[in-house]
Design a protein. Sequence first.
Length: 173
Amino acid sequence: MKNKNINKIENYCKGCEAWCCYDGVYLKEDDEQKIRDVVENNKEFFAFLPKDYIVYGKWENLMEGKKTNTKSKKYKNPNYPKHFNQTTCVFCVDNKCMLQEFAVKNGENGWKYKPKTCCSFPLQKRDGKYYEPSAVDDYCNIGKKYPGYVSFLPCYKLKKEDLKQEFDHTKKS
């Protein structure tokens, strides 16, 4: 039986076309090697990927480093944030993460190969602790040019009790 909390967050995800994936994701510690290993050892499953599926990125002098690459995507939802690019992570196919799909297909935890940031999303980290998302404290709000990230996603409305799986995962990583 599926956990109610997972169903709730999955329903939010289905409605927004995986907006959180629009710019790929910046990688943490061992994420790059973990991803490269699973892709290299399963070339047939990941044949859809471009050669440069991990790239160097820099965003507004706030974030830089290795990240998943992006590809063009036309979002259909009229509420898609205007300041988000019309792109998605190269691992996102039909609004699903193929790293997660591969793990589940092989009887493994769906988060086994996903970047750490994706596994804890939409939680926000401040002072070494994780918190539920907040429209008031959106760390990517840098003004009119880019008025926020998580506060523009439907899942920012989720509360701590809805994000138990994400909070539990942060304790393990």
